[in-house]
Design a protein around this ligand. Structure first.
Ligand code: ZN
Length: 256
């Protein structure tokens, strides 16, 4: 599930993307399907997948940032998934623009409000002079947003390139801030927006490395997800198999 999740009680405490607050989705689903249900944050699961079977497994301190219809984050610190009191790692809601775009969380200028798919679409709509691209449109699925951006590229590549330059800069600022706070060994960028990675990623990485404190930006390995969709659910499953079937506790990163 997206948002802040209480895995122990099977509750989504707050998900702005879903518009949920304190929804006991675990017990609701259990009644329907008559089987035990475990509820986890989707980006946490994504992180655990990469830490268990991906390239992140070679590192102890890893940060994961996903960009798509929302912007998510998760952290493995000293080999454990770090969730704080629940909901830690919400990189999507760090402020990157003072008094910027209104965010679903109620704040302004959050990374998610500035660079999610709908923010990208909105930036193109505002900037372009091409009428077909200016029609009011808000993507309800990631595929719709991807289609719009592809079409925009065909019709007005200059505008799209400049929008992605802004997106790369803002993502780079957020990555720099995260690097300064956690000094991670490894940072992975994932999410559906990687469909356009050649237009914003280089900028994001260079802004982050150039502006990070001291040599923190030089030392961190910055990687790109190549597992795709499956990584979002695999982490939970891998962890459950390790814990419940093989009863391995050593590398278990979920503490439920
Ligand atoms: Zn926000």
């Amino acid at each position: 599930m997206s948002g802040s999740v209480d895995s122990e009680r099977g509750i989504v405490k707050s998900s702005y993307i879903l518009g949920w607050r304190n929804v006991p989705i675990g017990s609701m689903l259990e009644k329907k399907i008559e089987a035990p249900v475990l509820v986890y944050n989707d980006v946490d699961s994504f992180a655990v997948t990469h830490y268990t079977i991906g390239r992140a497994k070679d590192y102890r301190n890893c940060i994961f940032i996903t960009v798509g219809s929302g912007v998510g984050g998760a952290m493995i610190l000293e080999g454990k998934l770090y969730t704080g009191k629940g909901g830690a790692g919400e990189v999507g809601h760090v402020t990157v623009v003072h008094d910027g775009r209104k965010c679903s969380c109620g704040s302004r200028g959050c990374l998610e409000a500035e660079i999610s798919f709908n923010a990208m679409v909105n930036r193109i709509q505002r900037k372009t002079s091409m009428d077909p691209l200016r029609v009011h449109f808000r993507a309800t699925t990631e595929d719709e947003a991807i289609r719009y951006i592809h079409e925009a590229m065909r019709v007005d590549q200059a505008t799209v390139t400049s929008v992605f330059d802004e997106v790369g800069t803002l993502l780079g600022i957020a990555i720099k801030n995260v690097i300064n706070i956690f000094a991670p060994d490894y940072l992975l960028i994932g999410g559906e927006a990687l469909a356009f990675k050649e237009f914003f990623l280089e900028k994001a990485v260079s802004v982050a490395r150039k502006n990070a404190f001291g040599d923190l930006g030089d030392d961190v390995v910055i990687d790109v997800d190549d597992m795709g969709e499956v990584a979002w659910v695999q982490g939970v499953v891998l962890n459950l198999i390790e814990r419940e079937v093989f009863q391995i506790e050593g590398r278990s990163v979920y503490e439920v």
